[in-house]
Design a protein around this ligand. Structure first.
Ligand SMILES: [Mn+2]
Length: 248
């Protein structure tokens, strides 16, 4: 099977200091690119653009979509007012990223959505988020870890049969860099695992080949071990199969 083109959805970063005051940079973290390459895909970065038609055209060029982590999503985009615990928001980026996710879903393209990416997947399907899980009763697990990025820090327990549990097992440790989480689930999505305090750690869409969202950072874990490799291998494999069926 030929290596499929995998789009890694971009982010905007406002550079600070030095010779670039206020310059915006279109970027992705290199761990995503490395993970896709290692799993047999051809990574391409899809930079943030203004136009909806351009975003749709970008996604139509690839056979699988990686939706990365980033800042908080503008809560107005899921029908809620910002709470006091909301952190930095970049609405232009959110709008682009939501368009990219919706385009991929419409095409039934394989999607691997990571951290904020999983939250975008949920919002794209009409779901909502907890803006700050530290404000919730009963959330006792440390979800913003203080250790190296590839090191797992808390346990995840799978719920029911899912693509995720078939790849990673019934319970496994993950790293954690989030202060928000899925609240109301979007249409067509199922929760496939939770942390010990009930926080949603992964979701997936039923009836499609591969639309998986994870709240942890498997691409970072890959820099220290192979535990998360099955997730990327299956994603790229399904993207290869999507290539074949897309007929392009
Ligand atoms: Mn977590």
């Amino acid at each position: 099977m030929e290596r499929p083109l995998i789009g890694v959805v971009g982010n905007l970063l406002v550079a600070e200091g030095g010779f670039s005051p206020g310059l915006e940079r279109n970027y992705v973290n290199n761990d995503y690119v490395s993970a896709v390459e290692r799993a047999g895909g051809i990574p391409v970065v899809l930079p943030v653009v203004r136009g909806q038609d351009i975003a749709e055209a970008q996604v139509s060029c690839v056979r699988g979509l990686v939706v990365p982590g980033g800042y908080d999503i503008d809560p107005l985009l899921y029908g809620e007012e910002p709470t006091r615990s909301l952190e930095y928001v970049y609405r232009d980026t959110d709008i682009f990223q939501l368009r990219a996710v919706k385009t991929a879903l419409k095409l039934r393209m394989p999607v691997l959505a990571i951290c904020k990416g999983m939250q975008l997947l949920n919002v794209a399907c009409g779901g909502t988020l907890h803006q700050h899980i530290g404000d919730l009763q009963g959330v006792f697990v440390q979800h913003s870890q203080n250790r190296k990025r590839h090191c797992p820090s808390h346990t995840v327990v799978a719920e029911g049969e899912s693509l995720l549990s078939s790849l990673l097992g019934a319970t496994f440790p993950v790293n954690s860099y989030h202060h928000q989480a899925v609240k109301d689930l979007g249409r067509g999505l199922a929760v496939t695992s939770r942390a010990m305090d009930g926080v949603v750690e992964s979701i997936e869409m039923e009836g499609v080949s591969f639309v998986v969202g994870v709240q942890w950072h498997p691409e970072m874990m890959l820099t220290g071990g192979d535990e998360m490799l099955p997730l990327f291998l299956r994603f790229v494999e399904e993207a290869g199969r999507f290539s074949a069926t897309a007929g392009a």
